[in-house]
Design a protein around this ligand. Structure first.
Ligand code: EPZ
Length: 453
């Protein structure tokens, strides 16, 4: 098991460039199945989930080749319609091939998805949308078996209990572009990654009105051509790097970004006392002193992103004062709390929120990542902690970041990647196997800390 060794207490300084968006790449790669001509994607990030999606597409008859700064996808017909369980279980975005396969080939057999353990992650809205388009859907041995000779346009509402669904919008939109007639999608996700997908599909020849809004009108076409498309930058990686500078009391510039994608995050950083400067494609932050505690509630875009909630909690852990970090998208997304408390944080959680008592200093410890963003949060906390921190199970981090350690080293972080240590008993298995266990552990730890004062 590989791990990061971090020596904390070094204020980060300098400039770093962020990579292309993972969460734009994954649905757009899946949608390449719809194209009858070659597709060239530029700016694709080199990270584990993109490699997994590539293997899945190759299995589904898409020729994928790496080129300078990107990838080329060419769909061959006829091709398999069954996505292997081992790939889709590993990565939820594999489920995004369902809509394109169904629309292009009239049939799809896709396993129910796996993915991060960040809470309840149903796919009922995906299936509701595809059924509304006329698909026959059956669940057989853990696979969704979808058939439809030709999908037919209709009106679909994709709102769910916690807001719109990002990949659900991707699946239904990708099916509607080849449906007969007009489809109206209400309460579509408006995340920049979905807008990037809409722009990609339009470049293929899809007819979509309302790009960037929550109401999409799609006029189905017989077939789609090819296109060259440059992915948007990864706003979550960019914000993770900004918070890394903030949590270490440093100053840094993140280049190659779309600042407008981070308005809600920049607003919170300013409220916390960080100095922020915004350029055309870059954001500079300076956090010379300890930041103020600021309450945050993660919600669908353009709100504060849930994919940044764990990283913000790490920043709140050393802020001046107490704050509340709520997640209205994934109320159970607090697996990072027990591990942050190992580093000396004072956090309790429950009812979809973490109550964070800011401490002056964290102290280095051995911790383990449970999921992608929780792992990033532990890395940030280790940069702020006194002494040495080891972050285990970093394959979670490598799923969603292109060499985050290299980027942090460019900013002066003392972080070393230690590859393939033989698994041994000294490396702790994840502390909490579930959210309820995590919150019990977190509150237990906090009360022990309180009583020991
Ligand atoms: C996407 O996941 C992202 N993943 C997630 O990023 C991100 O956290 C999430 O959107 C929210 O922004 C990719 O884009 C690959 P949802 P997705 O469907 O699409 C409920 C990361 O760290 N819901 O928008 O799976 C669901 O339970 C990852 O990069 C239903 O009720 O999320 C949740 O509460 C983690 N029924 C809310 O909607 C459904 O059919 C949002 O989920 C689907 C979702």
């Amino acid at each position: 098991m590989s791990h990061f060794q971090i020596t904390g207490g070094v204020p980060l300084r300098g400039e770093v460039r962020c990579s292309g968006s993972k969460n734009a790449a994954l649905p757009i790669m899946a949608a390449s199945i719809l194209a009858s001509e070659p597709v060239r994607l530029e700016g694709t990030p080199r990270l584990a989930d993109v490699r997994t999606q590539t293997r899945l597409l190759k299995h589904l008859g898409v020729n994928v080749s790496q080129v300078e700064e990107g990838m080329i996808f060419e769909t061959v017909d006829p091709a398999p319609i069954r996505a292997p369980q081992r790939l889709v279980r590993r990565m939820r975005a594999g489920f995004c091939v369902l809509g394109p396969l169904l629309a292009r080939r009239g049939k799809a057999v896709v396993p129910l998805p796996g993915g991060c353990n960040i809470g309840h992650r149903p796919v009922d809205l995906h299936l509701k949308g595809l059924a509304a388009l006329g698909a026959d859907l059956r669940l057989q041995h853990g696979y969704v078996v979808a058939t439809a000779r030709r999908l037919t346009g209709t009106t679909i509402d994709l709102s769910g209990p916690n807001g719109p669904t990002v990949t659900g919008t991707a699946n239904v939109l990708s099916a509607a572009v080849l449906a007969r007639g007009v489809t109206i999608i209400r309460n579509a996700a408006v995340e920049p990654e979905i807008v990037d997908l809409e722009r990609f599909l339009a470049a293929l020849g899809a007819r979509i009105e309302g790009v960037g809004t929550s109401t999409l009108r799609i006029e189905g076409v017989e077939q789609l051509g090819g296109a060259t498309h440059r992915l948007i930058p990864d706003r979550i990686e960019a914000a993770t790097l900004l918070i890394a500078a903030a949590v270490t009391g440093g100053s840094a510039t993140v280049a190659g970004v779309v600042p407008a994608h981070l308005d809600a995050v920049l607003e919170k950083l300013r409220q916390a006392g960080a100095a922020i400067e915004v350029g055309v494609e870059c954001i500079s932050i300076s956090a010379g002193r300890r930041l103020r505690a600021v309450d945050v509630a993660a919600r669908p875009y353009p709100g504060f992103p849930t994919d940044l909630q764990a990283q913000w909690t790490a920043l709140a852990a050393v802020a001046d004062g107490a704050s509340r970090v709520e997640d209205r998208v994934f109320p159970g997304r607090f697996m990072h709390v027990a591990e942050l408390n190992r580093l000396g944080a004072k956090i309790t959680c429950g009812n979809g929120a973490a109550m964070v008592g800011g401490v002056r200093r964290l102290s280095g410890a051995r911790v383990a990542a449970h999921d992608l963003r929780a792992g990033a949060a532990l890395l940030l906390a280790g940069l702020a902690a006194e002494g040495r921190t080891t972050v285990d199970r970093i394959h979670h981090i490598d799923r969603g970041y292109q060499r985050l350690d290299d980027k942090l080293q460019q900013l002066g972080a003392r972080i070393e990647r230690v590859e393939n240590q033989p698994w041994n008993s000294t490396i702790p298995k994840p502390v909490a196997a579930s959210f309820s266990e995590a919150s019990r552990l977190a509150s237990g730890h906090a009360s022990r800390m309180a009583s020991s004062r």
